[in-house]
Design a protein around this ligand. Structure first.
Ligand code: SF4
Ligand code: SF4
Length: 130
């Protein structure tokens, strides 16, 4: 999800991460996000809303739908499960553009911690809850 910001030193590397953040089950989207996805796929707002989102925890909240994933159980339906890249990068929701929003990524810190503990640079930790 995250991308290095120009000129800002960051302490995470999305290239070494299997898109841990995209496994978060509550990726909240707003109307603007749905409109952008609808335009990207040439769908009506209502069709995109139904196809790509589902009810969230809070009243009126919409979250991105998930699908099965070997690494994390489920991930956002837009994640390419082979390349681990976002398939709608230019049309991704605002929350995905902003994350992690600081120099550190909590998921990545946890991933590195577990990889060090397991002495396995490929290890995929699955129990982090932000
Ligand atoms: S969890 Fe962090 S390091 Fe991994 S892809 Fe997302 S932003 Fe990048
Ligand atoms: S839309 Fe893209 S960046 Fe956002 S959670 Fe889904 S796969 Fe990840």
């Amino acid at each position: 999800m995250g991308k290095k910001r120009k000129g800002l030193k960051v302490f995470y590397n999305c290239d070494k991460c299997p898109a841990y953040c995209c496994s978060y089950e509550r990726i909240i989207v707003g109307k603007r996000d749905i409109r952008r996805l609808a335009k990207h796929y040439g769908l009506s707002f209502e069709k995109a809303r139904k196809k790509f989102t589902k009810k969230g925890e809070e009243k009126g909240e919409r979250v991105l739908r998930h699908r099965r994933d070997e690494a994390y159980g489920t991930v956002c339906r837009f994640l390419d499960r082979e390349t681990r890249e976002c398939t709608v990068y230019d049309a991704r929701p605002g929350i995905c553009r902003e994350y992690p929003g600081s120099k550190r990524c909590g998921y990545y810190d946890f991933l590195c911690f577990e990889r060090n503990a397991q002495e396995d640079p490929e290890f995929v930790a699955t129990a982090y809850n932000p």
